[in-house]
Design a protein around this ligand. Structure first.
Ligand SMILES: [Zn+2]
Length: 442
């Protein structure tokens, strides 16, 4: 060893000066690295966070009731999760020994309670007492107290302003009790005049967007809101549940719209549906077939039909009924004629809009009996069947569209006929008597 050292020293001394400097500094550097390395990889010098993290994750995944993570949230809510552990502790323990916690992104019952040292077996007993505890939502508050032994004594879950659930230790588990606060239902009449769009005017009259939608839905069989004119008036009776000065939910009771000097009403019955002033159903229901009698189907609805000649997909968007020319064609439901014209392949054809989402189309007609813009009633004659346009024989091609999508007219869910009878009708008419006078414009 000494010999090696001496020969190294001799060789070193024989080197020219620049080489000696270079070799010397390399040696110093090597030694520095050698001393530094063991420090870096020494287990005791690993930052504390790295030791804690895997354990925490492990305990989470072992939980029996580990629920799905809670929905995404705003960045501010995320921050609380990144706070160091001790900072959370300071925030959650009140002077009276009540721990409080606001649910944040990714929290589960067990991840929250476990990080405050609550026993896993208690957490699982708690979860057994109420399965809904799996669905903690961001922003809800949970608070708990411990007994003298440091065990969980009681937990309170504030689900919403309306409902609070309490879990008390009892026997070998926890007993859940629930308290719901009923708000006051307050009726408000909101009225206005159509300026730009109905939606904008209704919003500025104080309706929420949900309330506006419920008005449009209730009225859809009577009017097309896009056709309301400047100066048309509306009056809406909403029942709103107020709790601690805040609106919890609301329900449309009745609406009146005056358009072109005519009044239209939709009033809610006990079944939750809307009827006109006389109790007739507003969605009058559709007939399954656009003719008095049912004719043979010569071609079915087929969205993937392949043209045998071209080989291309040429969907058959309706049903063909073979029928003699001149057969009366009927509107299947109340609506408004949007098209009544002659057009290439379809020949003479008619399209009718029913409410907001339904359209029906009738093609290859011989004679049109209605005009665009005309209102038609269910069962009304609109045309005589024919063989016009691209048609290989006398037939009626009939289509039903729901929300801009062609559906099978023979199987589609169509509005059913509704109307109130007997006691239902009597109590409805009593309701009408109360509601209608409130729907004023002045
Ligand atoms: Zn067809």
């Amino acid at each position: 060893m000494q010999q090696i050292a001496r020969s190294v020293a001799r060789t070193f001394n024989n080197l020219p000066r620049p080489h000696r400097v270079m070799l010397g500094s390399l040696t110093v550097l090597t030694l520095a690295v050698a001393v530094w390395r063991p420090y870096v990889y020494h287990p005791n010098s690993v930052p504390l966070v790295k030791v804690i993290e895997p354990e925490k994750l492990e305990s989470r995944s072992l939980l029996p009731e580990a629920s799905e993570p809670i929905d995404q949230t705003t960045p501010e809510e995320d921050e609380s999760l990144n706070l160091p552990q001790d900072e959370l502790d300071d925030k959650t323990t009140g002077a009276d020994g009540i721990h409080e916690y606001v649910v944040s992104t990714g929290d589960t019952l067990s991840s929250v309670l476990n990080q405050y040292g609550i026993d896993m077996s208690d957490i699982s007993l708690l979860a057994q007492s109420d399965k809904e505890l799996r669905n903690l939502k961001i922003g809800q508050q949970i608070s708990w107290t411990l007994n003298a032994d440091g065990e969980l004594q009681q937990m309170v879950w504030e689900m919403s302003r309306r409902e609070t659930r309490t879990y008390d230790r009892s026997g070998n588990g926890f007993k859940m009790s629930s308290e719901t606060q009923q708000g006051d239902w307050v009726n408000s009449v909101l009225k206005g005049t159509v300026g730009g769009s109905f939606v904008a005017s209704a919003r500025s009259a104080g309706l929420t967007s949900n309330e506006v939608s419920s008005v449009i839905k209730a009225m859809q069989w009577q009017m097309d809101f896009r056709k309301l004119k400047k100066g048309d008036e509306f009056s809406v009776l909403m029942s709103r549940e107020m709790l601690n000065g805040k609106r919890e939910q609301s329900q449309l009771v009745g609406v009146r719209i005056r358009s072109g000097g005519k009044d239209y009403y939709a009033i809610r019955a006990e079944d939750g549906k809307f009827y006109d002033k006389s109790g007739s159903g507003l969605a009058k229901g559709f007939m399954r077939f656009p003719t008095v009698k049912q004719f043979r189907i010569s071609s079915n609805f087929n969205p993937r039909r392949v043209n045998p000649v071209t080989g291309r997909v040429a969907p058959h968007k309706g049903v063909d009924f073979a029928m003699p020319q001149g057969t009366p064609v009927l509107a299947v439901g109340d609506g408004e004629v949007v098209t009544a014209t002659r057009s290439g392949a379809a020949g003479y054809y008619i399209a009718i809009r029913h409410g907001r989402s339904y359209t029906t189309r009738y093609m290859h007609l011989k004679k049109l009996l209605v005009k665009p813009g005309q209102k038609v009633k269910r069962g009304e004659r609109i045309a005589l069947s024919g063989n016009t346009g691209r048609s290989t024989g006398p037939h009626l091609h009939y289509e039903v569209w729901i929300n801009q999508q062609a559906v099978n007219p023979l199987t589609a869910r169509l509005p059913r006929s509704e109307g109130l009878m007997g006691d239902d009708r009597r109590s409805y008419l009593a309701q009408v008597k109360e509601v209608v006078p409130q729907l004023r414009f002045d």
